[in-house]
Write a protein that binds this ligand. Structure first.
Ligand code: SAH
Length: 234
């Protein structure tokens, strides 16, 4: 899968996507991340990408021309397998289900906004979707793009060392089931500062361990995210 990122801060991605399983997957060619500088599609001496909002108001907006031209140059042949997404606090919420559907794409282009946002015609006439990573306002789309690439990348076949770990994790429709949170897990020592690991996990009794994990996942979901039990995430 090819991820494209359109941004005014290409250097931003040097750090976040160069560690762990995502870095390994890039090296092995399972995925490719191409970062494009929005200023490559400007023609004035100052490489201007922003302008003042009509009707007045605070701050600046990303102009439509470089965004349209950039997207058209990066993905000249768009189709169902190559999607363009605007990152925006006004978008619909990103979740594991959306990440799973994107993991079937051949190309995904993420447009990072900055300043006060992006001319609305990008949302109206250019992109396939407008997506937010949560109900808060970031100063730019770059962190959100890094989050999305990370989440989608680990769903691609061959990225995680152990494919089973994707089944037994939070929001999985399989595993603990029904989009619950993952169960609590413990490692050694079996007793730390007087706090003991639940006895059943040391018992070696697989049936009992499975039952305990299922129940613990339900309890934790009820405590931390009751909305999920009411049928939120898948
Ligand atoms: N004026 C806008 C916020 C602009 S923040 C508003 O009130 O909705 C600047 C840029 O940061 C946005 O264009 C978007 O690309 C990015 N951004 C901010 N919050 C985000 C979020 N929750 N999810 C994804 N991108 C976000």
């Amino acid at each position: 899968m090819i991820f494209h990122i359109l941004t005014i801060f290409p250097e931003f991605f040097r750090g976040p996507l160069e560690h762990g399983v995502v870095a390994k997957a890039r090296e092995s060619g399972v995925l490719d991340i191409r970062v494009h500088n929005l200023r490559d599609w400007t023609y004035d001496r100052h490489k201007t990408v922003d302008d003042r909002p009509f009707g007045g108001g605070e701050g600046m907006l990303l102009k439509p021309e470089p965004v349209f031209e950039g997207v058209e140059a990066i993905l000249p042949h768009r189709g169902a397998a190559a999607q363009v997404v605007l990152l925006s606090a006004q978008g619909r919420l990103f979740d594991q289900g959306l990440a799973r559907s994107w993991s079937g794409l051949s190309e995904l282009l993420l447009i990072c906004g900055r300043y006060e946002g992006v001319d609305e015609r990008v949302s109206e006439h250019l992109v396939d979707d407008e997506v937010s990573i949560g109900d808060f306002v970031l100063s730019g789309g770059e962190l959100a793009a890094a989050v999305m690439v990370d989440v989608v990348a680990r769903l691609l076949p061959g990225v995680l060392g152990n494919e089973a770990s994707r089944v037994w994790e939070s929001f999985s429709a399989e595993g603990h089931g029904r989009g619950l949170l993952d169960c609590p897990q413990y490692t050694r020592p079996a007793e730390f500062r007087g706090w003991k690991v639940p006895e059943v996990l040391l018992s070696g009794h697989h049936g009992e361990i499975r039952k305990w994990r299922r129940q613990a996942a339900e309890e934790k979901t009820a405590r931390m995210r009751p909305d999920l039990l009411r049928g939120g995430n898948e």
